[in-house]
Write a protein that binds this ligand. Structure first.
Ligand code: FAD
Length: 454
């Protein structure tokens, strides 16, 4: 019997998975393999929220494979030698894997290709698995990537999308291969996940798509920035772990049509945009994409207040509290808290990006680092000096203060839009609140940022 290896990475799904279909189509048997990379333990990649979501996703994948007559084979150790060992044990000629853009994924692919070649085996890398359009597939004339979203989006919309694939009916796995229990992955991180974390996995992701499609997609264009309305899809962690396929979502949204679906497709294109930037400029995960020579301030008390959601600006604090509680934050709030840290407090974006990666269940090198750079003005924003004012943002996106009251319990009793300016409350009332005064004057922050730019 011929055998292929299907290495699951950021594609933890059975539906529309070219890696699984490629491996299953090239041999009579397939080994669906996931390697718990011990090298990630204790690093910023393996944090409780994402590890908890990953554990759910692997359990769901295993259950789906078992329903099809197979199972997930789990190994732990260094990814490359473990994959090689499994390929030898199964006598697999081909190893199938999704192409990735992070430094980690690129190094893994290079090492794996060399190790397998030495062993007389072949690595087959599949594109358009993690993104809808593969990085590098659309490029501007004479350049390797788009640095501005709008022209990228135009080209992205014209790019041909491959067909979405159905899940295989049966998966035949060689019986002799040993596997660790799926739950071994939980040992990658210590500490408790956020209490409001969503359930991981393809099944939960598809349930979420179904309900959001029914009640959210149609109104998304009008409500995507309504903080209290919470009207975005919340699909980001499922996309990050590949429990859902971006190709399938784009096809379905295009079929649905209408302003909501168009706006949703545009956001999925933002995701691909950041991936193609990182693929071309891997150093943008750490270094300024457009260096400005910033001399960032480094005020540990201000940074601690920002992380704790105690800046004294209720909308900023609400976002930071939501992050801690749910491992997720509304995009509008992410933009505001990032602008506040990098512009109003003039603090290095890497400090904010690190804190986000420690907590976000959708924490993703491409989307996180490049959105942080966008907000800081060192990235791809064509208006790098724009500063978001928390009070103006509150008026537009949380006009009656419901988002703040939900996330900042100290202010839950303050009615209406007055919740955004607790310093204006009568002294006796303000003194009863266990809530700090603003840590910075917005005008001073603005002047400081503008001076730094001159
Ligand atoms: P929806 O509004 O329903 O959008 C649908 C999908 O489009 C999302 O699930 C996501 O995959 C994609 N998307 C939407 N907006 C963006 C965007 N600006 N950039 C890239 N993709 C987008 N997103 C992550 O997936 N991981 C991150 O680590 C991450 N870090 C961020 C850090 C900052 C400072 C900012 C400003 C944004 C960040 N984002 C990140 C982008 C965005 O905030 C989230 O994708 C979005 O809030 C997820 O919620 P949703 O699924 O309800 O999005």
């Amino acid at each position: 019997m011929t055998t292929s290896l299907c290495v699951f990475t950021s594609d933890l799904r059975l539906s529309d998975n070219p890696v699984l279909r490629g491996a299953a189509g090239s041999a009579e048997q397939v080994v669906p393999l996931f390697v718990v990379d011990r090298g990630l333990a204790g690093t910023g990649f393996a944090v409780p929220n994402r590890v908890a979501f990953l554990a759910d996703a692997l359990a769901d994948l295993d259950a789906g494979l078992r329903r099809r007559g197979g199972r997930l084979v789990v190994r732990q150790g260094d990814a490359v030698p473990e994959i090689l060992r499994a390929a030898r044990q199964a006598d697999a000629d081909e190893v199938h894997i999704a192409g990735g853009v992070s430094g980690y994924a690129t190094r893994r692919e290079q090492r794996l290709r060399a190790a397998l070649a030495e062993d007389g085996r072949e690595l087959r890398v599949h594109g358009a698995v993690i993104t809808a359009v593969e990085p590098g597939e659309v490029t501007p004339a004479g350049r390797d990537h788009f640095a501005v979203f709008t022209p990228y989006f135009r080209a992205w919309q014209r790019a041909g999308l491959r067909k979405a694939l159905t899940a295989p009916h049966t998966v035949t796995v060689p019986s002799a291969l040993r596997s660790e229990p799926v739950a071994v992955v939980t040992s990658l991180a210590s500490g408790s996940p956020s209490p409001g974390l969503p359930e991981g996995g393809e099944t939960a992701g598809r349930d979420r798509v179904r309900s959001w499609w029914r009640s959210g997609l149609g109104r998304y264009a009008d409500r995507q920035d309504d903080l209290a309305g919470d009207a975005t899809s919340r699909l980001s962690p499922y996309l990050h772990f590949g429990c859902l396929s971006p190709v399938e979502l784009v096809h379905r949204a295009r079929q649905a049509g209408g302003p909501g679906a168009d706006a949703f497709v545009r956001q999925l294109a933002w995701r691909d945009f950041h991936h193609q930037v990182l693929a071309a400029r891997p150093d943008a995960a750490r270094a300024d994409y457009r260096p400005r020579g910033d001399r960032w301030r480094d005020d540990s008390a201000e940074i601690a207040a920002w992380k704790a959601g105690r800046t004294g600006y209720p909308l900023v604090d609400a976002g930071m509290r939501q992050l801690r509680q749910e491992g997720w934050m509304h995009n509008r709030a992410r933009l505001l808290v990032a602008s506040f840290l990098t512009k109003t407090l003039y603090t290095d974006w890497r400090i904010g990006a690190r804190h986000f990666l420690d907590l976000l269940v959708d924490g993703d090198v491409a989307n996180n680092q490049l959105n942080w750079q966008w907000a800081a003005g060192t990235g791809t924003d064509t208006r790098p000096n724009r500063v978001l004012n928390p009070l103006a943002q509150a008026r537009r996106f949380d006009p009656d203060g419901a988002y703040v009251r939900r996330w900042v319990p100290e202010l839950a009793g303050v009615p209406g839009s007055g919740v955004h300016t607790p310093w204006r409350l009568p002294t006796a009332e303000r003194d009863r609140l266990d809530y700090p005064a603003p840590i910075v004057d917005l005008q001073e922050g603005l002047i400081r940022f503008e001076r730094a730019r001159q």
